[in-house]
Design a protein around this ligand. Structure first.
Ligand SMILES: Cc1cc2nc3c(=O)[nH]c(=O)nc-3n(C[C@H](O)[C@H](O)[C@H](O)COP(=O)(O)OP(=O)(O)OC[C@H]3O[C@@H](n4cnc5c(N)ncnc54)[C@H](O)[C@@H]3O)c2cc1C
Length: 388
C-alpha cells in the first residue's frame, strides 16, 4: 500500500520518489535487520545517498545541490524511512538542519568550505543543540563560548548528537553571553565545528531502543578552539536560527514517521493474507480488517497533513503550526500503527524474525526528538492564539 495516486504530484516528483523507493529496496531494506542487530553505521550508505544527490536535495544547484522543493525532498525521505528509519534520520538531520542553517545564515566563505561538499555528500552534517541538562528547554543550554583573539573557545557537553561519530560538519549552539550578562535565548551563538579542531572529543555512545544503526553520541568540547570565521551569522542569534530550522526539521521527522507507519501497514497486509487461524486467513476476521482499515486511514491522514504543510512551505507560507501538527500526527500515527502491526503478527510480532518488532522500536523516537509530542502541543496551542 503506497498511497501513490492520492497526492497531486508532478512527473519530476514522481520520478525522484521512485528513485528513492528503488534505492531503498535494493540497497537498504536487505541490510536493515543486520544493521539494527549489529548497531552498525554503514558509511558507504552516506556515499551512496550523496551520489544520488539525496544529501543536497534542498541546496541550490549553484552550491552543487539538487535545488528541489520540500515536497520532493520529503517524498524521497519517506521512501528511505520505509526502507530503514536509521538511514532516514541521517538524511533528515543533514538536509534539514546543518545545511539549511549554513545556506540561510552562512557567509560566502562558509558556503564554499562547508555547504558545497555537504551538498555533494562528501561531508556529513550533524546538529548539536541538546545537552544532558537541557532538552525541551533548549535555551537553558550551558555550553559556554568565550572569545579569545581570533578564536572562540567552547567548553561543555552536547548530548544526543545524531551521526555524531561520523559527522564532518557539526552546527553546535553555545552561550556567547557571559555569566554577568545573561541574555537567555538571545545569548546563544551557532558555531560550525569540525572534528579536527583541538579540544573536540566524541563522548558516550547511547545504547538505544531503536534507530540502532544511527549512532547517537555526546560531544565533549574541552576548551575547543573554533576560528571566529566559523561563527554562523550574528553572535547572539544561534538559538533563533536553530528554532527556525526546526520548523523545517519537524517535517523531516514527520516524513520519517510516515515511512515507518507505511512499512508496518504493508507488512501487516501481507502477513494477514498468509497467516491462517480458525480455518481462514486472519485478514478474513473482521477484527483484523478493522485494524487494517484504521491503520490505512491514519497513515493517509498523516501523509495528507505532511504534504499539505510541505506544499504551504514551498509557497513561502509560515508553517510553524502546521510543521508541529504534521510531526505530532505522523509520530503518534507511527507509534499507533506499529503497535497494531505487532498485534496482527501476534507472538511473531514480538520477536526479531519479522521487521515489525524493529519498526515498533524505531517509531517511538519520532514522538521524542526534534521536540516531544508535549512540546509540539505547546507550540500548536501558542500558535492557535497567535494566529487568531
Ligand atoms: C535518538 C535521538 C536522537 C537525537 N538527535 C539529536 C540531535 O541530532 N541533535 C540534538 O540537538 N538533539 C537530539 N536529540 C535530543 C532530543 O531532541 C531531546 O531528547 C528532546 O528534545 C527531549 O529532551 P530531553 O530528552 O532532555 O527530555 P526533557 O526535556 O527532559 O523532557 C522529559 C519529559 O518532560 C516533558 N516536558 C518537558 N517540558 C515540558 C513542558 N513545558 N510541558 C509539558 N511537558 C514537558 C517532555 O515532553 C518529556 O516527556 C535526540 C534524541 C534522541 C533520543
Amino acid at each position: 500500500m503506497t498511497f501513490d495516486s492520492f497526492l497531486p504530484l508532478t512527473d519530476d516528483q514522481r520520478s525522484v520518489r521512485d528513485l528513492a523507493r528503488e534505492f531503498g529496496a535494493s540497497d537498504i531494506t536487505p541490510h536493515a535487520e543486520r544493521w539494527d542487530r549489529e548497531a552498525l553505521f554503514e558509511r558507504s550508505l552516506v556515499e551512496k545517498l550523496g551520489a544520488l544527490g539525496f544529501l543536497g536535495m534542498l541546496i541550490p544547484e549553484e552550491y552543487d545541490g539538487l535545488g528541489l522543493d520540500t515536497v520532493t525532498y520529503l517524498l524521497a525521505l519517506e521512501e528511505i524511512a520505509a526502507a530503514d528509519a536509521s538511514a532516514a534520520v541521517l538524511m533528515s538531520v543533514h538536509n534539514s538542519l546543518p545545511t539549511q542553517m549554513i545556506l540561510r545564515w552562512g557567509s560566502d566563505e562558509q558556503k564554499e568550505r562547508f555547504l558545497r561538499p555537504m551538498a555533494r555528500g562528501e561531508k556529513l552534517g550533524a546538529f548539536a543543540l541538546s545537552e544532558p541538562d537541557s532538552g525541551s528547554d533548549a535555551a537553558s543550554l550551558s555550553t559556554q563560548a568565550r572569545r579569545d583573539g581570533d578564536d572562540w573557545v567552547l567548553t561543555g557537553t552536547k548530548a544526543w548528537v545524531t551521526s555524531g561519530t561520523h559527522a564532518d560538519v557539526i552546527v553546535a549552539m553555545a552561550r556567547t553571553d557571559t555569566a554577568d550578562d545573561r541574555k537567555g535565548a538571545r545569548g546563544i551563538g551557532a558555531f560550525i565545528i569540525t572534528p579536527d579542531l583541538p579540544g573536540f572529543h566524541v563522548g558516550k555512545k547511547e545504547d538505544k531502543m531503536g534507530l540502532r544503526s544511527s549512532p547517537t553520541v555526546q560531544l565533549v568540547f574541552d576548551e575547543l578552539r573554533v576560528p571566529a570565521a566559523n561563527l554562523l551569522g550574528d553572535v547572539g542569534s544561534g538559538f533563533i536560527y536553530a528554532m527556525q530550522s526546526l520548523d523545517h526539521g519537524r517535517l523531516g521527522i514527520a516524513a520519517q514517521a510516515c515511512g515507518i507507519a507505511r512499512a508496518a501497514l504493508a507488512h501487516s497486509l501481507s502477513y494477514a493474507e498468509g497467516r491462517t487461524q480458525f480455518g481462514r486467513p486472519i485478514k478474513d476476521h473482521q477484527a483484523i480488517q478493522f485494524k487494517l482499515a484504521d491503520m490505512a486511514s491514519r497513515v493517509a491522514a498523516a501523509r495528507a497533513m505532511l504534504y499539505g504543510s510541505a506544499a504551504a512551505k514551498d509557497r513561502g507560507e509560515r508553517i510553524t503550526m502546521y510543521g508541529s501538527m504534521s510531526k505530532l500526527l505522523a509520530s503518534e500515527t507511527a507509534m499507533w500503527v506499529t503497535t497494531q502491526a505487532v498485534q496482527i503478527f501476534g507472538g511473531y510480532g514480538y520477536v526479531k524474525d519479522y521487521p515489525v518488532e524493529r519498526l515498533f522500536r524505531d517509531a517511538k523516537v519520532t514522538e521524542i526528538y526534534e521536540g516531544t509530542s508535549e512540546i509540539q502541543r505547546i507550540v500548536i496551542a501558542r500558535e492557535l492564539y497567535a494566529t487568531q
